[in-house]
Ligand binder design. Structure first.
Ligand SMILES: Nc1ncnc2c1ncn2[C@@H]1O[C@H](COP(=O)(O)OP(=O)(O)OP(=O)(O)O)[C@@H](O)[C@H]1O
Ligand SMILES: [Mg+2]
Length: 225
């Protein structure tokens, strides 16, 4: 599904150049659940944002379903993101002024082909166990519930790939477990997931673990079943 070849990402400010990704080669097949680990600053978020086309590599090739994304103009990339990707972040990034169901519906905002939007939003909230909070506002929900709403927003468009950057980073143990169980269930029903985490036990719930250091992948191991 995904192939990264010799991906580099360098940031240049006045005098200093930072290399966030120093040559990433990575293939991810459909149905995988990949955990990305490594110390702060090693490039995990940059890798995830590159996969999400939020960030453009300085050089290298990114193939998604055989398509070379590095060549696409921004307008096509926006369409690609809307149709194919779901994002979950450490901070839930819900919009305070919108209800939970309105927030979830944002996951379909850029979709022209969404069909019955109301039914899809209801189904996504149901699936993630947040339907009873549909008319509430984000501040009325616990952190765990807010993250579940964010996951519902990520999956409402039925994305090919879910990208999660420290999705349990702001949650206590119990809510973190619940979010991990939801991601595992989504993966069991076919979603491909790439998740950045600092938690070894959460990484162990993924099918494959990638370790990064200084902008490189230093290990990739499939979990023994
Ligand atoms: N906009 C930017 N401008 C300059 N340097 C940046 C920028 N964004 C990230 N970097 C640098 O790129 C490197 C990788 O950052 P990244 O955010 O990917 O790390 P990370 O592994 O996600 O860390 P953390 O675990 O703390 O979230 C860091 O050295 C960081 O300082
Ligand atoms: Mg990060």
């Amino acid at each position: 599904m995904i192939e990264l070849q010799a991906i580099e990402r360098r940031y240049r400010s006045d005098e200093v150049e930072t290399t966030a990704l120093a040559g990433i080669d990575l293939a991810i097949a459909e149905g995988e659940f990949v955990a990305v680990m490594g110390p702060s600053g090693c490039g995990k978020s940059t890798l995830l944002n590159t996969l999400g086309t939020i960030d453009r590599p300085t050089s290298g090739q990114y193939l998604f379903g055989g398509r070379d994304l590095a060549q696409l103009p921004e307008s096509d990339l926006a369409q690609f993101r809307a149709a194919s990707l779901g994002f979950v972040f450490q901070s839930f990034n819900l919009i305070d002024e919108l209800t939970i169901e309105e927030n979830v519906a944002l996951g379909l905002a850029y979709r022209k082909d969404a069909g019955d939007r109301k039914a899809r939003v209801a189904a996504a909230m149901d699936r993630i166990g947040i339907a009873h909070r549909a008319r509430h506002f984000p501040h009325q929900l616990s952190g765990g519930q807010q993250q579940r709403a964010a996951i519902a927003r990520a999956i409402v468009g039925d994305p090919k790939l879910i990208l999660a950057d420290e999705p349990t980073g702001n949650l206590d143990t119990a809510n973190g477990e619940q979010v991990m169980n939801i991601l595992t269930t989504l993966n069991d029903s076919g979603s491909t997931i790439v998740m950045v985490t600092h938690s070894p036990s959460h990484a162990d719930m993924a099918k494959r673990r990638i370790d990064m250091l200084d902008g490189r992948i230093i290990a990739s191991a499939v979990r023994a079943l």
